[in-house]
Design a binder for this molecule. Sequence first.
Ligand SMILES: Nc1nc2c(ncn2[C@@H]2O[C@H](COP(=O)(O)OP(=O)(O)OP(=O)(O)O)[C@@H](O)[C@H]2O)c(=O)[nH]1
Ligand SMILES: [Mg+2]
Length: 377
Amino acid sequence: MIGVVGKPSSGKSTFFNAATELNVKMASYPFTTIEPNVGVSWVRVKCPHTEIGVPCNPKSGFCLEGNRFVPVKLIDVAGLVPGAHQGRGMGNKFLDDLRQAEAFIQVVDASGKTDLEGNPGEGNPVEEVRFLERELIEWIKEKVVNAWEKAKKLPSEKRDEVLVNAFTGLGVKSSDVEGLLNKLGYPEGKEEDWAREIFEMRTRIIAANKVDVEGSEEWVKELQRRFDNVVPTSALAELILRRAARGGYIKYVPGDGNFEIIKPLSEEQKKALELVEGVLERWGSTGVQEAINRAVLAKNIVVFPVADENKWTDSEGNVLPDALILPKGSTSLDLAFAIHSEIGRKFIAAIDGRTKRRIGKDYELKHLDVIKIIAGR
Ligand SMILES: Nc1nc2c(ncn2[C@@H]2O[C@H](COP(=O)(O)OP(=O)(O)OP(=O)(O)O)[C@@H](O)[C@H]2O)c(=O)[nH]1
Ligand SMILES: [Mg+2]
């Protein structure tokens, strides 16, 4: 799951609506969103079906002009303001909604036209990135302090277990908790270091949003100078494109740098698409798909399991029916378990759908591999 985070009015819900094609409330006043919104967006990858020249039959997600869109969950939460971890703004209740997010997309108002609380005024997008990082780290630190309070009273053999349980609840793998224990020792006096390390385990993409607004360019440059993983976005432009495509007015493949008008437009629609054209010309794309892709593919790959290594079909003849998102470094055995624990337990070998070679359980999967698993009965 990807968490969409940021200060109020930065455009989180607009980003969420564009990426999920849902319709949650968006408005120009702070705290429009209070309860979290959960939806499905899609990672865009090149579909292997183009290599065999037969259209695919996705069981989930969809395929457009050789691009496979693989489902991934997105959560849109209330805006965060400085001091949120101490209960300011909407407080930290919704921070807990982010527990299971393995990546964050921080939506920043790069137009510089709203302040840190999301009200119209002078903005500072660099400060926005910084304070949010601070809030997220403080939130994690509180969890570290609480876990250590509990753990330190226990006999030493129980301590590690309590710490591992506390942090796996925060979406950290148990092996990573053990790694931290080795690196830092117990959290006593090192709560800040622990919190930062846990924060940095998550992928963070900075969506420098509202690049359709004049004056955003300078801020985008400034953000790119200071931080990694900055993607210029116009959530508004992407929303216009997705809605026009849904309505059958245009042909648009999410993430593309162009679209095609296929039905007569009203004056209002023409104007909206002019804004979009300006963004595409200047920035190449709206950036929304790019942000999702980077959030997911920084640490994951997409793999296509099949039953027939020659035709790339399942047992019913569906071409490339499934696409799985797996952590980088996953093996063919991991894939077998991801398909079904039974298939994992009865794993015999696998076959690479491209080379047709037999591969063992320790074979490290590559992005876009097509794999047949052979399992016993
Ligand atoms: N020009 C422009 N305006 C945008 C863009 N994205 C969002 N907005 C506008 O910014 C305002 C806030 O958008 P929301 O999506 O509601 O912002 P939010 O971050 O969800 O706000 P809260 O839920 O209050 O925290 C709305 O008026 C949107 O139309 C964008 O890319 N370009
Ligand atoms: Mg919102």
